[in-house]
Ligand binder design. Structure first.
Ligand code: PBG
Length: 324
């Protein structure tokens, strides 16, 4: 296809007007889901050292935050909890007065149309920091399912609009779907962290959520970075078990996975632009090594171009302001 000089691609790049007209993919604030860290106590706003511009917020401050998020046109948040007490079985995950449960009520009370999604996982609630119950030094899959169901129900009872299991136990989507249905929540969708890789890019998040495993790592349940077909199997299983939205996580190192899943299943695909992806850009910007705003917008656009229908990102507010 070399018909130069008849065809000159640069004609359609000459100025911003023409570039805008031929741009195939665009971002809008409606693409974003903002992760929030909810902690116990009052009037708490602790900046997370490894994630400049992100905070652990107490419920009163989450309320204010919700108003701002709504005003920026961001449709949804996903909540992570930092409980006051942790134990071996992570029982505070289903405390009806836990930080997540209280935050759901507080947000929905004043901003009923801001969608509240909850992360369903045990790692923030267990004293050992693993995503499930430990038996014989390993995370026990089947025993963990019951806890995850209790957590999901507890979020639904508090008024969550959607639940997002991120633990990577086998069979958890089906178990949670059954539990929701049996408890009269047949209309609450499940956003499954289907292809969640064991990743170094979660480093800053574990500071933020105080969920670093005290021993070992998560490689016996999260996916191996070398695998791509396996991601398709994980998605197929989750869809069979009742997932409404499937997720790839992290986003930027796994854009090929996002594209394969979008092409193969045609389901709504979410991508999680994780803490490390955020903090790298913030750090490089601070050092004066890159234009942080452009790097942010380019990253987000690349995730959308790869096939993501929605992007969970700590940049949601910053990017929404650029798009305003
Ligand atoms: C909980 C969970 C994690 C993230 C989202 N849910 C951490 C992990 O699996 O270690 C990571 C989010 C991020 O890095 O931004 N299991």
């Amino acid at each position: 296809m070399s018909n130069f000089p008849i065809y000159r691609p640069r004609r359609l790049r000459a100025n911003e007007t023409i570039r805008r007209m031929v741009r195939e993919n665009n971002l809008t604030p409606a693409d974003f889901i903002l992760p929030l860290f909810v902690t116990y106590g009052k009037n708490i706003k602790n900046e997370i050292k490894s994630m400049p511009g992100q905070f652990q917020l107490s419920v009163d401050n989450i309320k204010k935050e919700a108003r701002e998020i709504k005003a920026l046109g961001i449709p949804a948040v996903i909540l992570f909890g930092i409980p006051e007490h942790k134990d071996e079985e992570g029982t505070s995950a289903f405390d009806p007065h836990g930080p997540v449960q209280e935050a759901i009520k507080a947000i929905k009370d004043k901003n009923p149309d801001l969608m509240v999604i909850t992360d369903v996982c045990m790692c923030e609630y267990t004293s050992h920091g693993h995503c499930g119950i430990i038996k014989n030094k390993d995370v026990d899959n089947d025993a963990t399912l019951e806890l995850l169901c209790n957590e999901a129900i507890s979020h639904a009872e508090a008024g969550a609009d959607m639940v997002a299991p991120s633990d990577m136990m086998d069979g958890r989507v089906g178990a949670i779907r059954d539990a929701l249905d049996e408890n009269n929540f047949p209309n609450i969708p499940i956003m499954a962290y289907s292809a969640k890789y064991a990743s170094a890019f979660y480093g800053p998040f574990r500071d933020a959520a105080e969920s670093t495993p005290k021993f070992g790592d998560r490689r016996s349940y999260q996916m191996d970075a070398g695998n791509s077909d396996e991601a398709l199997r994980e998605v197929a299983l989750d869809i069979e078990e009742g997932a409404d939205i499937v997720m790839v996580k992290p986003a930027l190192p796994y854009l090929d996975i996002i594209r394969r899943i979008k092409d193969q299943f045609g389901y709504p695909v979410a991508a999680y632009n994780v803490s490390g992806e955020y903090s790298m850009i913030k750090a490089a910007e601070k050092m004066g090594w890159m234009d942080g705003e452009r790097a942010m917008m380019e990253s987000l656009l690349s995730i959308k171009r790869a096939g993501a229908d929605m992007i969970l990102t700590y940049f949601a507010k910053d990017a929404a302001k650029v798009l305003r």
